[in-house]
Design a protein. Structure first.
Length: 64
């Protein structure tokens, strides 16, 4: 079904989506989707948790 979509069909589909949702709503949804993907990737890598733990240890040792 999607294999048959070419340039004109995609353009018509894009126009219909913009008319239904509006430009502001689409940008908001896209931003939220991007943030969700970023959070998912950070969760998969697990690097942030290790970095935060390391920073907390360094900060606590500097205070002493």
């Amino acid at each position: 079904m999607l294999r048959n979509l070419a340039g004109p069909e995609l353009l018509i589909l894009l126009v219909i989506v913009v008319l239904v949702f509006g430009v502001g709503r689409i940008t908001k949804i896209a931003g939220e989707l991007g943030g969700g993907i970023r959070a998912f990737r950070k969760g998969l890598s697990g690097d942030d948790e290790e970095e935060e733990e390391g920073k907390e240890e360094v900060e606590s040792s500097e205070e002493k």
